[in-house]
Each structure stands twice: as C-alpha cells, then as structure tokens.
Design a protein around this ligand. Structure first.
Ligand code: ZLV
Ligand code: CA
Ligand code: ZN
Length: 397
C-alpha cells in the first residue's frame, strides 16, 4: 500500500469460495459450515485481506477427485440426494452413510459442498507449487477422516490427501501435521505405504466414562503404520495420544518437542498443517483445554521452518471460537498483531458477545469453559515423548 517495494515477510494466499457456507448438515448436526462465514467476516473486519492475496477457487472436478477416490464412490456421492436415497440399500452403509449416529448425512448440495472445499485445497496447493505464495490457507478444508471409498466422521472427500498428492508432483517429501482433537486416520491410511509422506497427529485417545472409544478409536503411540520391513511406509506415521483437559503449557511443550524432532529428521520439502479448532477449550465435541494463542503457537512454530506451508481447517464445533482461532492464525501468517477488542463494525458482532469469559474480545479465556479435568500428568507426557522419539528411529531404515 505504501510504495512499490515488495513487502518483507511471507507471501500469503487465502483460498475461499463463499458458496461453501450455504451448505447445512442438518440443524442438530455439530458441523456448521456457517462458522466459515464468521471466520471470513472476522478476517475482513481486522483488515487482514490487505496483507494477503485473496483467491476464489473453482470447484474440483470429478476427475480431480478421482485421483484419490474410487469412481463408484464418487458416482454415488454425485447423485445421492435426500429425496432419492435408500437407507436400506447396501451401498449406502458400505459408503459410510447412515448408521446409528448418522455422522455423515445426505443433504442438499452435498456434491457441490465437497467439490468446493476440495477445489480450494487443490488451488491452495497449486499456489505453493507455482511459487505464487509461501503460505496458502484454506479454512474450508481439512476433512481428514474420508477414505478412498467411504465417508467417515463428517468427511466425504479427503481434500488433504488430494492436496498432498498434488504437492508430491514437485516435492520429494511432504510432512503432514494434524492438531485437530481427532486422529487424522484418513490421511495416515492413504499414505501408509510411501516414505514420501510422513503423518503426525496429536489427538485425544482413550475411552469415555461409558467405555466408548473417542472417535475414531485409532492413533495410539504404537500405531506407526505397516511394520513389514520391506514396506517403504514403515515408521512414517507418528501418533501422539493425549488425554482429556490438556493445557496450553503441556500442549505447546509436547508439540514443539516432537514436531521439532520430526522436522529435523524427515527434512520435508513442504508442510501441510491441519488446524482443527476442536482442540480448544469449550469445544462442543473436543475434550482439550487449549486457548487460542496456544493453538496458534503451533502455526507460529511450523512457520518458523520456512518451508512451503499449506494451512487447512478441520473440526471446530463452537463457531465463534473457530472464527477467532482461524482469524488469529491468519494474522500469524502475515505477521500481524490484532487488538483484543473486536472491531465495532464487525457484522455478526452479536455472535461474539454475551459470553461468560470475555464476550466482545478476540482472545477470551477458554480454560474454564466446559472444563475438562486435566488427566495428563507430567510423567505420562514424558513417556509419550520418549516413545515418540524412539519411534522416529525407524526412519533410519
Ligand atoms: O473434527 O455426538 O463418535 C474433522 C473432525 O475430526 C462417533 N462419531 C460415532 C461412532 C459412534 N459414534 C456416535 C456417537 C454420537 C455422539 C453425539 C454427535 C451428535 C450429533 C451428530 C454427531 C455427533 C458426534 N459424532 C460426535 N462425535 C461424533 C463422531 C464423529 C466425529 C467426527 C469429527 C470430525 C472434521
Ligand atoms: Ca489430530
Ligand atoms: Zn475433529
């Protein structure tokens, strides 16, 4: 704005098609694409659009999605509607729909929705590939549970796998890091047989009071992918199982210790960071106790490695805190500091007011909202780190 020189710092691109906001999973479903409207409004109200390049990507095509997904599954996704669906049909269950919880409902515009968020991740990856940006952001993506032939956990198409596949066309090694409170099982599984992708997920792991496993039930410390020594993917998945109520200090410590060791050892050419905001305190589904700045620390830390970086969204079920977090993380990318007091001209300002802990601010204290007792002890975390560093030795071959 103030002259013709290229500004210092990183060039950041923001990939977002607003059509994605108009899709609804159903009124009682926790996934609210509307959180993306709030995120975008907050980013605009703080003026962050002047510090990055905005892109409105087109939808991904059937052929682009077929690079990872089975065609029969995509055919099903493309044609299923609430009117023509038949829950009795076997393919419906086989493709991950229905079931008692109905995590993955059929809703109007499903195909448009999946191709929009996937198109944005592909476009963001492309912008890294052609050198247009150093950091590319798609808050509408990050749907890490989708399998090549099945929907799972609110995820129908795996935009992360597609974006990584695209990055692999010009990068020898891609590191995937996942700070969503759930295990990034779909991405892990997709690349279990290659050494060109390493996956690292931090998540809640364990049983609840009624002895049900926290979704998806995988991701213990000893799950490192295939163990067959002839498998190239051996040791290229690392899982960090955490317990309820983990706090800022514990999380940032374990994140920096383990992630730092992984980056040093694997030396990736590009990094993909899934920033699921359900790891915050007060999330409707999550069990952790993180504040926004601790979550954002993960972005700062990854950014400091100076590798092409793709930032994508993911879970996040308390929409106002999702918006706050992703706005803060957008600011981290462009090196901006934001005022705690929300801009007064913010549309939907009401959505951020009248909260117990700090309505009207960007950084409320989330520690005491829907409090989860901290079940993580120093000793347990030390052991996890020890085991994780030991697991990394498998990378030596
Ligand atoms: O954030 O909660 O626990 C990326 C992501 O990682 C389950 N599904 C399934 C397996 C048996 N249970 C059903 C239990 C339902 C409990 C009530 C809900 C209420 C309405 C709709 C969905 C849920 C729900 N479902 C809460 N947790 C689940 C998980 C799936 C979590 C996906 C996380 C997605 C976007
Ligand atoms: Ca995770
Ligand atoms: Zn999640």
């Amino acid at each position: 704005v103030y002259g013709i020189e290229k500004p210092q710092g990183y060039s950041v691109s923001f990939h977002y098609n607003p059509l994605v906001e108009y899709h609804h999973f159903g009124s009682s479903h926790p996934m609210k694409p509307w959180r993306l409207t709030l995120t975008k409004q907050l980013i605009l109200a703080y003026g962050l659009e002047y510090a990055m390049e905005l892109h409105e990507p087109r939808s991904a095509s059937f052929e682009e999605l077929a690079i990872f997904h089975d065609r029969e599954y995509l055919d099903f996704l493309k044609h299923i509607t609430p009117q023509n669906m038949d829950p009795e049909k076997e393919e419906y269950l086989n493709f991950g729909f229905g079931g008692e919880s109905n995590d993955c409902p059929v809703f109007d515009g499903l195909w448009d929705y999946v191709s929009l968020y996937s198109g944005a991740s592909l476009h963001a990856a492309n912008s890294l590939l052609n050198g247009q940006s150093d950091i590319a952001i798609n808050w509408s993506g990050g749907l890490h549970h989708a399998k090549k032939n099945a929907a799972s956990g609110f995820c129908y198409v795996n935009d992360i796998v597609l974006a990584i596949q695209h990055l692999l066309t010009q990068n020898q090694r891609v590191l995937y890091i996942d700070i969503d409170v759930h295990h990034g099982d779909g991405v892990e599984q997709a690349f279990e047989s290659t050494d060109r992708v390493m996956t690292l997920s931090y998540h809640k792991y364990g049983m609840d009071r009624n002895n049900y496993p926290f979704f998806p039930g995988t991701g213990n410390i000893n799950e490192m992918g295939p163990t067959d020594p002839s498998n190239r993917g051996k040791g290229h998945s690392l899982n960090i199982p955490l317990d309820d109520g983990i706090d800022d200090d514990q999380y940032t410590w374990i994140f920096k210790t383990v992630t730092g060791a992984v980056v040093a050892k694997y030396n990736p050419n590009a990094i993909v960071l899934q920033c699921g905001a359900d790891s915050l305190g007060g999330d409707r589904l999550g069990k952790f106790n993180l504040n926004i700045k601790a979550h954002g620390f993960c972005v700062e830390f990854i950014k400091s490695f100076n590798r092409p970086l793709l930032l994508i969204g993911g879970g996040g079920y308390t929409p106002r805190n999702v918006a706050r977090t992703w706005c803060h993380e957008t600011a981290v990318c462009v090196d901006a500091q934001l005022h705690n007091h929300l801009p007064t001209h913010l549309p939907y300002l009401q959505a951020f007011q009248g909260e117990e802990n700090g309505g009207g601010v960007l950084y409320p204290d989330l520690h005491n909202t829907k409090r989860h007792e901290n079940a993580n002890t120093r000793q347990k975390l030390d052991n996890i780190v020890k085991q994780a560093l030991e697991n990394l030795r498998y990378l030596d071959g």
